[in-house]
Design a protein around this ligand. Structure first.
Ligand code: AMP
Length: 606
């Protein structure tokens, strides 16, 4: 258990179930009762399925069935434009525009299973591209727009990108220079306002293409096990992993929208996650649409005053955000919160990184509502553990498993492997004991593989469980407490960063003989990326070289992934076999934090 970040499990005062003055009754009235009565087959029935029993398609459940029914003219999106005015886009309009996108893909010769990459900030076009891709039964692959050219290229190559949807600026800054290394990429569609700009060679204006398409599209029969989404995630070693998700996942997106986020038909929902990460797709796009609510869409940077303004003027009722963003609001002090009328807000949830108990209590006292933490990861496709509206909150706890999900804490041996008994079953830890957080396979949004890496996929399962790689503890009442990662992966402002990717880039610089990258604890971002660098002979460890290396990494990796800090060290710790022991560097950082300050970066999360 040596690897657990020692976040102590302090018992804060329980926050009793928090009724909202609006009197809204939670969708899940009582946790234990829901656990007993819930089944995934039952949750399947909450959706419509394609007409004529032609299968299950995420886009049909998200828009087309609503467009054909009673809420066709209800706003699906409330888009806050840069100038400050808001534009509503109805379910009917979104259905039509995404049908044009599906027709456009067909006209480009794109068939089922082929990959459409998305590199874009939040905008209605993102919804159109995601839904249109799914209607066409192609595979949607989102990539974080703050990545530098190298991580973008690597992911597009791994995913065999044929179509890319992006903006003019992002294309110029990140894609143009790597395009000749992506021979499979045939079509680049540029979204947004292109007036007054010359289209770069080899690109097409998305609006012009869509306007030329028919507005109706009949979704072909879709098997629930067809691949729908490819989400990239990082491990400790090797290249990024492409987690494969299928159309069946929509059953979990919908059920968790109702049960964990407590979405009701009249809600105005704001998910601050970036569309380049799994939360931005599962809960920024799919889940709220299947639940028929109105989503706020905006793409500005984090700024406390502006965010409170959005909550107030957009009339947000349910807000899904990140611990980093909440910590930044807390830092801004209580005044900006008090200057706004947040009385419509009735439920706040957060995800992606540990949520400090202080933040839960601060939110109750300052925003008038506690924060409901929940836990999941790219591979699980949807929320797995949560603090529900009907349940008391234990600040610092991730909550309890979703009805229909069995979570366990498994004992690990001295080599950090789960302990398997003679019967082949994994040994579970008792209440209060540390272990690896695991889930019993079988929920609908579970990933179905890592693209092209069957071995890595199989290694994620043992003793009848899916192993999450996180360390956790369960208390006597079944609440789960996050203890830390079981591996060296870094979480910075909610973004998962593989240290290997950063080390490999640093090693491309001639001055770097060896590099080790860790997450350095940070009060706002949770962790920031720090690199230890051993210099090649002939290079002096001075500030000039440090700045050069910081700039070198930033230009290739992008600001989110590049190290914030570099420390020169000619004696990095190694194992007998010569591997660098990042864990020792991390322990050093915990006990003797270096100087050097760092800001939290963007408030957006995965
Ligand atoms: P990602 O795959 O990028 O969504 O990152 C998933 C990882 O984020 C998990 O395996 C955890 O390490 C971390 N994480 C997600 N939610 C929480 C949470 N509520 N508390 C602590 N860590 C979390």
């Amino acid at each position: 258990m040596g690897r657990a970040l020692s976040l102590s499990v302090v018992q804060w005062e329980t926050i009793r179930k928090f009724p909202h003055p609006s009197g809204v009754t939670p969708n899940m009235a009582e946790y234990e009762r829901e656990r007993r009565s819930f089944s995934w087959d039952g949750a399947h029935q909450w959706l419509d399925g394609l007409p004529g029993g032609a299968g299950l398609n995420i886009a049909y459940e998200a828009v087309d069935r609503h467009a054909a029914g009673a809420i066709s003219s209800k706003p699906a999106l409330r888009w806050l434009r840069r100038g400050g005015d808001a534009l509503d886009i109805t379910y009917g309009e979104l259905s039509e525009r995404s049908s044009r996108f599906a027709n456009a893909l067909e006209s480009l010769g794109l068939g089922a299973g082929e990959r459409v990459f998305l590199l874009s900030p939040r905008s209605p076009d993102v919804f159109v591209a995601v839904l249109g891709t799914l209607k066409r039964r192609a595979v949607l692959c989102p990539v974080f727009a703050a990545f530098g050219p190298e991580p973008v290229r690597q992911r597009m190559e791994l995913g065999s990108a044929r179509v890319l949807v992006t903006t003019y600026d992002l294309y110029r800054r990140k894609v143009a220079k790597i395009r000749d290394r992506l021979p499979l990429l045939e079509h680049v569609l540029l979204s947004g306002d292109l007036s007054g700009r010359d289209l770069p060679a080899g690109t097409t204006a998305l609006d012009t293409l869509l306007d030329a398409q028919p507005s109706g599209y009949r979704i072909a029969p879709t098997h629930p096990e067809e691949m729908a989404l490819l989400h990239f995630t990082s491990g400790t070693t090797g290249t990024p992993k492409g987690a494969v998700h299928v159309h069946e996942a929509v059953v979990a997106h919908h059920a968790t929208g109702l049960l964990a986020l407590d979405l009701h038909p009249d809600d105005v929902f704001w998910c601050t996650a970036d569309p380049g990460w799994v939360t931005g797709t599962s809960y920024g796009i799919i889940s709220p649409l299947t639940c028929g609510v109105t989503s706020v869409v905006e793409d500005g940077e984090f700024e406390a005053e502006r965010w409170y303004g959005i909550l107030e003027t957009m009339g947000v009722t349910v807000w899904y955000t990140s611990p980093t963003a909440l910590r930044m609001l807390m830092q801004a002090g209580p005044e900006p919160a008090r200057a706004h009328d947040l009385s419509r807000l009735r439920f706040i949830a957060s995800v992606g990184e540990p949520l400090n108990p202080e933040v839960v209590v601060w939110a109750r006292d300052t925003l008038g509502l506690p924060v409901h933490d929940n836990w999941w990861q790219t591979e699980t496709g949807g929320i797995m553990i949560a603090n529900y509206a009907c349940m008391d909150i234990r600040p610092g706890s991730m909550g309890r498993p979703l009805p229909g999900v069995e979570a366990g804490v498994l004992l690990r041996d001295e080599h950090d492997r789960v302990v398997i008994g003679p019967d082949g079953a994994a040994r579970e830890a008792g209440p209060g004991q540390d272990g690896e957080l695991a889930l019993r396979p079988g929920w609908p949004s579970m990933f179905r593989g890592y693209l092209g890496d069957e071995e890595r996929y199989r290694a994620a399962f043992d003793g009848g469980w899916y192993l999450t790689g996180d360390l956790a503890r369960r208390d006597g009442d079944g609440y789960f407490w996050f203890l830390g990662r079981g591996d060296d992966v870094i979480k910075s402002a909610g973004h998962l960063i593989g240290p290997f990717e950063v080390e490999s880039t640093l090693l491309e610089h001639p001055s770097v003989a060896e590099a080790a990258v860790i997450g350095k604890p940070d009060p706002v971002a949770g962790e920031v990326v720090k690199a230890y660098v051993t210099l090649a002979r002939g290079y002096a460890p001075d500030d000039e070289l440090r700045l050069e290396l910081l700039g070198f990494a930033r230009s290739r990796l992008g600001a989110t992934v590049a190290p914030r800090e570099i420390e020169f060290d000619q004696h990095l710790p190694h194992t007998h076999s010569g591997k660098i022991v990042r864990r020792l560097l991390k322990e050093r950082e915990l006990h003797h934090p270096g100087l050097g300050s760092s800001g939290p970066g963007r408030g957006a999360h995965r």
